[in-house]
Design a protein around this ligand. Structure first.
Ligand SMILES: Nc1ncnc2c1ncn2[C@@H]1O[C@H](COP(=O)(O)OP(=O)(O)O)[C@@H](O)[C@H]1O
Ligand SMILES: [Mg+2]
Length: 319
């Protein structure tokens, strides 16, 4: 019997949208995920980065309940996708690497078919289909059969299919591959609008770091089946503060000050470097250093650099 209880209820709304805890997955002897952990809040746009084979697609399939796991826990709106997969998939929009369209049907018939599966009313989908086809500049293809379309055209139709039913969560596996630059901008605008208007949660796997900088709130970098970095991309996300010191340095005094604030730090060649970036805390540290007669000749914050972080992560020896 079909379970008709709504997946997203008011009391569940304050939970994390997706929680992945210590997930392990192998295909036969090949271990693909080796302890993945992350939390995604409602309305976040998260990019999954990582080299080919890092486990990104497998993770998306696990979140949808399409692949089971050996160890760990996954919850989507507080539910287990392996038990409630059908209900979870109802509130998701999914764009796979393979477009999943029916080649012998027209654009309109493909979109209508999927909209009806997701329970959209005719009035809703008729209007939305035209709006979205127009936005991707393919309205004139509405009644054409998909078979002979270019890959980019198929991708546009598949993107429209993914968002047509206004899903709560959208999972997109490498969405911009084979899209032209104008369509990429259209997709980015749609993602930003849906996040603002409907608090839609987006999970996107991509290799395009410029895209990530433009539209994502957060990145998760996957490496050999582990999430090795989870980092917010908010505009004021600095990585660390460098305080340049002058003259003789009383290292014991520095230690006392930093310990009082429970801060980790390195001190080398007159550079005091700490991961702390809070303005208030930094101003207190400066005051205390001066009080201990340690001269300061400069303070700088290191801005988050996605390209650098990604390359450093990929180059780093595996733990
Ligand atoms: N159904 C499957 N059977 C066997 N191996 C698989 C299967 N799906 C994925 N893999 C393997 O798991 C690893 C991770 O794949 P995938 O999740 O697609 O990585 P990514 O999307 O990051 O490129 C790859 O080595 C891939 O060959
Ligand atoms: Mg993949």
């Amino acid at each position: 019997m079909r379970d008709t209880t709504p997946l997203v209820t008011e009391e569940k709304n304050n939970q994390h949208t997706i929680r992945v805890t210590n997930v392990y997955k192998s295909f036969g002897p090949k271990s693909v995920l080796n302890g993945v952990n992350f939390i995604i809040q409602e309305g976040e746009v998260t990019a999954f980065l990582g080299h080919n084979g890092a486990g990104k697609t497998t993770l998306l399939r696990i979140i949808l309940g399409l692949v089971d796991i050996e160890n760990g826990e996954v919850s989507v709106f507080g539910e287990n996708p392996f038990l409630s997969g059908e209900r979870i998939r109802k509130v998701c929009g999914v764009l796979c690497e393979d477009t999943g369209l029916y080649e012998s049907l027209t654009v309109y018939d493909n979109l209508k078919f999927f909209a009806e599966i997701y329970g959209c009313s005719k009035k809703e989908y008729e209007e939305q289909i035209d709006i979205l086809l127009k936005r991707f500049d393919i309205l004139e293809t509405k009644h054409q059969i998909i078979k002979n379309f270019s890959m980019g055209m198929k991708k546009k139709v598949a993107i429209i299919r993914t968002i047509l039913h206004n899903p709560k969560i959208v999972l997109m596996d490498e969405p911009v591959n084979s899209l032209d630059p104008v369509s990429i901008l259209t997709l980015h605008d749609i993602i930003k609008e849906r996040k603002e208007k409907y608090n839609t949660t987006f999970l996107i796997t991509t290799h395009n770091l410029e895209e990530v900088k433009k539209i994502c709130d957060k990145i998760v970098i996957m490496k050999k089946g582990k999430n090795v970095v989870e980092q917010s991309l908010s505009l004021d996300s600095y990585l660390k503060t460098n305080i340049e010191l002058l003259g003789d340095i009383e290292t014991e005094s520095v230690k006392t000050i930093m310990d009082q604030h429970h801060l980790t730090y390195t001190l080398n060649d007159h550079q005091l470097i700490t991961p702390e970036t809070d303005k208030q805390v930094i101003s207190e540290i400066i005051r205390e250093l001066v009080y201990h007669k340690i001269s300061i000749c400069g303070v700088s914050k290191e801005q988050f650099d996605l390209n650098k972080l990604y390359l450093e992560t990929e180059e780093a020896e595996n733990e």
